[in-house]
Design a protein around this ligand. Structure first.
Ligand code: SF4
Length: 364
């Protein structure tokens, strides 16, 4: 077994020892998990490009390049449009605060020996991860900065923020930053709520306005707004509408036509919405970490390493049936309930792959 212990791995172990065995000992992963990592990976890459001196346009362009190598599909184009708009809105939202902070390190890897807190001895395990950023805040303090995308509610009173008071990952990152020689005093948690939307059909009135003026006038959050201006070309035989360089899908009504947003128009609407409701989509808050939290983290890491050692020694990874369907159905549910036995079965179930490196989160 890989002796590096990561936060994702600990989460897996906590949910179910058997899940950990499948994921981190055998490296069996759901084949569609790639999409999940792609979204976060692109977001983090853009922020890292920006931290390393690229302009906003270059950072977004470079981060989105992997989409050009993917098989073209609506799903891919929609995800690319959303991420491009999300990043543009993100840099717009935080430009003042970002200018007041100094980036000390970006995508900082760590792999620190795990110490027995009772004896001070190493145990063969290490704790590994990648800190998004070390920053110097406007008041001079150093902080760990953690970037996240989420589907959760970001209201200041929501449980999302309460839970962070005991979040293991930021405790580990604080411990790691201090061990690497950065005397961090805070964690700046930076979260973006993912927009959930698809291209929508314009009304006949909006379509007429677009054809006449080139302007996309939309109703957004209760008010009318010009979302974008485009060159528009339309013809009747055959019936086509080209907005910018994209053919729009046209629906014929009895008296008039309406089009569906092209991917560029869709992206412009997502951007306008994120800027219009920036408090809904973006949040940054300081999360305190006390010396007592860090000491508790050392003890917890030691206990997790002990658990792993014991499971590995006995080759026994108990299933936790309480973890199967709570907090979203476990991605291994069909595999476990379908009778797959990894100790005797000599095949990989359909819909799963074996990854060459179990710590995929450290690769990006
Ligand atoms: S489905 Fe249940 S038993 Fe199987 S790995 Fe997930 S949590 Fe464990």
């Amino acid at each position: 077994m890989d002796n590096r212990l990561t936060c994702s791995q600990i989460r897996s172990l906590r949910r179910c020892h058997f899940k950990h065995y499948l994921e981190y000992v055998l490296g069996i992963r759901p084949a569609n998990q790639a999409n999940y990592f792609r979204y976060g990976g692109v977001f983090h890459n853009a922020l890292d490009f920006r931290a390393n001196g690229r302009t906003i346009e270059q950072a977004i362009y470079n981060a989105l390049l992997p989409y050009d190598d993917m098989m073209a599909s609506d799903e891919v184009f929609i995800e690319k449009s959303i991420l491009g708009s999300l990043l543009k809105a993100y840099f717009w939202r935080w430009q003042d605060m970002d200018n007041s902070m100094k980036i000390i390190a970006s995508e900082l890897p760590f792999n620190l020996p795990l110490i027995n807190p009772h004896t001070g001895q190493e145990q063969g395990f290490s704790v590994a991860g990648k800190i998004d950023k070390i920053v110097q805040l406007e008041d001079g303090r150093l902080a760990v900065m953690e970037h996240k995308t989420t589907s959760d509610d970001l209201d200041p009173t929501s449980n999302y923020w309460k839970r962070l008071r005991i979040d293991l990952q930021i405790s580990i990152y604080t411990l790691a930053a201090q061990s690497l020689g950065y005397p961090v005093e805070a964690v700046l948690y930076d979260v973006v709520r993912k927009p959930v939307t698809k291209p929508k059909q314009l009304t006949q009135g909006q379509t007429k306005h677009l054809l006449e003026t080139g302007n996309y006038l939309a109703k957004l959050n209760g008010h009318e707004l010009t979302i974008g201006s485009y060159s528009v070309d339309s013809q009747k035989e055959p019936l086509t509408v080209v907005v910018g360089d994209e053919f729009a899908e046209v629906t014929e009504g009895v008296k008039a036509i309406s089009i569906t947003e092209t991917f560029n128009m869709f992206g412009d609407r997502v951007f306008a919405d994120m800027c219009d409701r920036y408090d809904y989509f973006f949040a940054r808050r300081e999360i305190p970490r006390l010396e007592s939290d860090i000491n508790q983290t050392r003890l917890s890491l030691w206990q997790y390493a002990q658990m792993l050692t014991r499971c590995e020694k006995d080759n026994c990874w108990p299933m936790n049936d309480d973890g199967c369907v709570g907090f979203g159905t476990c991605s291994y549910f069909d595999l476990c309930t379908g009778g797959f036995d990894p100790f005797t079965d000599n095949y990989i179930p359909e819909g799963f792959v074996v990854v060459p490196d179990v710590h995929q989160e450290l690769l990006n």
